[in-house]
Design a protein around this ligand. Sequence first.
Ligand code: ADP
Ligand code: MG
Length: 238
Amino acid sequence: MGSLNIENVKKAFGPVEVLKGINLEVTDGEFVVFVGPSGCGKSTLLRVIAGLEDSTSGRVVIDGADVSATPPAKRGIAMVFQTYALYPHLTVKNNMGLGLKQAGTPAAEIDRRIGIASSMLSLEPYLQRRPAELSGGQRQRVAIGRAVVREPKLFLFDEPLSNLDAALRVNTRLEIAQLHRRLKATMIYVTHDQVEAMTLADKIVVLNAGQIEQIGGPMELYNSPANEFVAGFIGSPK
Ligand code: ADP
Ligand code: MG
């Protein structure tokens, strides 16, 4: 399970409306990519979905239930950030398990899930290391592993590859695609990189200044961009 409905979500910071009425349906198991220029509201929309930010109006519905008043930890969502957000003093293993431990998950179950996630992400050799002893790509895999062990209905990725160099970006992108195939989980992925969007997405949502310009499959947007903006962003050259 992991369907998502965003219904007329608006978000203002003071007088500035950053999300101007977003409507979106995401079906269970779909890989949806949000693209758009810096400042258009991509991160804000993810944070509203995750519950890290309250919307000004509108509803967020997960598996048919309105979660607008549900705290982040109870939404069945795990988020992966550009900056990894790992605890420097904890080992890889403890970084991955901390959330489960705090939620009262038995130690044996935590170990079982870390075993599976670390195998999927090739992290077994690093479980006893600390983040400072890892490369950027390895750190981001730990952050992804920490999301995986929570067995969320919905993964949210906010520009997870932006801090990685080109070769690692391709590598990590392929790992995320593989993870999606194996887990069959719903994933929402924010990027400003057209290649990432085109290669990962079942469905691309093009955002501009707090509004959706177009929603469609990669080839649909490429071949039939709705307007100049979408064409400039991912459309085929005219
Ligand atoms: P994106 O992720 O697409 O680059 P953001 O969602 O981070 O865009 O930001 C959208 C707009 O909202 C930007 O103009 C940003 O400055 C503003 N914004 C984001 N968070 C806050 C906040 N906590 N307070 C005030 N303005 C914010
Ligand atoms: Mg952002």
